[in-house]
Design a protein around this ligand. Sequence first.
Ligand code: ADP
Ligand code: MG
Length: 291
Amino acid sequence: MARIHRLPLHLANQIAAGEVIERPASVVKELIENALDAGAGRISINVELGGKKLIRVDDDGDGMEPKDARLAIERHATSKIGRPEDLAAICTLGFRGEALPSIASVSHFALRTRARGTAAGTEIRVNGGAVSSVQEVGVPEGTCVEVAELFYNLPARRKFLKSDTAESTQISRLVTQMALGYPEVGFSLTSGGRKLVECPPAAGPGERFFQLFGERPDLIEVRKEASGLKVHGYVAALGEQGPVRGAQHVFVNRRIVKDRTIAHAIADAYSVATRAGKGPRASVHTISDAT
Ligand SMILES: Nc1ncnc2c1ncn2[C@@H]1O[C@H](COP(=O)(O)OP(=O)(O)O)[C@@H](O)[C@H]1O
Ligand SMILES: [Mg+2]
């Protein structure tokens, strides 16, 4: 066997990217989560060719000072945890400090950011993991991340992506879900110049539901609190035919989760009226009450 050596940083980042970043929708997810963690009130997402050509996420969150912006693209650099104890009390969506360096190692990447209340913004450009420029720029408060030509330097990964339409559908689904989980935040998604999602900040889940799906008299609100758990959501009412299978969006502590036990519990609750192969449309928010 050959002698052991340490991997160069850019190679380690590309390997990490394989775990964090599967497709354009995973990039969008990481960037939206960062914007939410930065306290954004509005997040706007622009994609071209299903995100393969371009993904741009703009937020009006806290932004970053120049020094932090430099660190943000380093591996294992995070502002969200500092001590081992913090791991047991995570209240942000991210904490591993891997997303930005991973994304930057497999794309033409630009970060433009200005910390709230400061005068100058910073722009950092990275190509395939190598920083190509750092400069002071005039930008609005908040952060804009641009990811062009995802996987341009990993042709095998790029080939594995689906059609532009299929990738765009996944992004749209993801943005819809994030918007459901964070009604107080404004979301907009534009794909190839077409507005796919447009929801201004809403007063609560009910209003956000209306923005996304329109008037749905067939949906009923559920709300229950028991054993330290709060459940809140909207489910399809039982019609004469029984409910038709629809999308289920489930959130635990505002994180999107896909969980068979919860899906079964929803199906179980409907079992009386549900015919084989059909299931209810549901959006359920489970909020564990830690307070
Ligand atoms: N949109 C943003 N607004 C403000 N700060 C950000 C934004 N995106 C990233 N950052 C900063 O960069 C750091 C690294 O981001 P990331 O690589 O996604 O790791 P993580 O989210 O796990 O900390 C974050 O901890 C945060 O301090
Ligand atoms: Mg993150």
